[in-house]
Design a protein around this ligand. Structure first.
Ligand code: SAM
Length: 239
């Protein structure tokens, strides 16, 4: 179960009303029964139900079971899609270890009003389901030019480009990894359903540290491309 509280030995955590309902009425936990907690910062802890009344429980934090894992090296930037598919993209990116999720607004973006709160809620739900201990940073939407300007120079921009030659961008990534002795910091960028327009493509390709990644000869839907790109990159670089 995800909690916002700091987790230390002996701490007492008051679950939110939703978490109370989940613990007492869905999991039907009773006094003294154990639950695993994480907050995205302090690793995974075992806690016990400590009933405070017939219908309310606190959680007594007992012991750390897993150390906090470091955030991954992949950031993921995407033109937001309509809600259900956006939820899907966020959950899959979280499962695949994206350390930061940034909605990028482009000329053909379908959804311009994106709630960072909803992104975070989907990322937390995905982490809970997969037993992940890190929650990706969920950023406010940025226009493409501002997103590109804010990228750290050393971060390799992996531009998922359906017009890219089937040249092996992954070999270039492996080369960077060999050069650095570790996976290079990456930002995987996926465009909107309507694609990037010419000026946007030029802006992206003008960036010094950019790799054009082809995901094969077919045009994939953006949410398919997201899963394919993140899986490819992490299968290539590991970690
Ligand atoms: N320009 C496409 C078209 O003509 O239909 C529409 C864009 S595609 C639906 C959405 C995004 O997914 C693209 O901007 C790109 O980032 C990514 N994408 C889709 N297929 C891809 C492929 N084969 N290789 C690399 N990226 C791809």
């Amino acid at each position: 179960l995800f909690v916002e509280d700091d987790l230390t030995e002996g701490a007492r955590v008051a679950p939110t009303p939703d978490a109370q309902n989940y613990l007492l009425n869905v999991l039907r936990l009773r006094q003294g029964e154990a639950i695993l907690l994480f907050n995205g910062r302090d690793g995974e802890w075992r806690a016990r139900i400590d009933m405070v009344s017939k219908r309310a429980a606190a959680l007594r934090v007992e012991q750390r079971l897993r150390e906090q894992t470091a955030p991954g090296y992949v950031h993921y930037a995407f033109a937001p899609l309509k809600q259900a598919r956006l939820d899907y993209m966020v959950q899959k990116a979280t499962e695949m270890g994206a350390a930061r999720l940034t909605p990028v607004l482009t000329k053909r973006t379908q959804m311009r009003r994106v709630s960072a709160h909803r992104l975070r809620a989907n990322a937390i739900e995905a982490a809970e389901q997969c037993g992940l201990l890190t929650i990706p940073e969920t950023m406010e939407p940025l226009e493409l030019d501002r997103y590109l300007a804010a990228l750290e120079p050393e971060r390799v921009l992996v531009f998922c480009d359906e017009d890219a030659p089937l040249a092996d961008a992954l070999a270039a990534l492996r080369g960077k990894q060999a050069e650095l002795g570790a996976p290079p910091p990456l930002a995987v960028l996926i465009g909107p359903e309507g694609g990037f327009d010419e000026t946007e493509r030029a802006m992206i390709l003008a960036r010094s540290n950019v790799l054009r990644l082809s995901l094969g000869p077919r045009i994939l839907r953006a949410d398919t491309a997201a899963v394919a790109a993140l899986a490819l990159v992490q299968a290539t670089l590991g970690d």
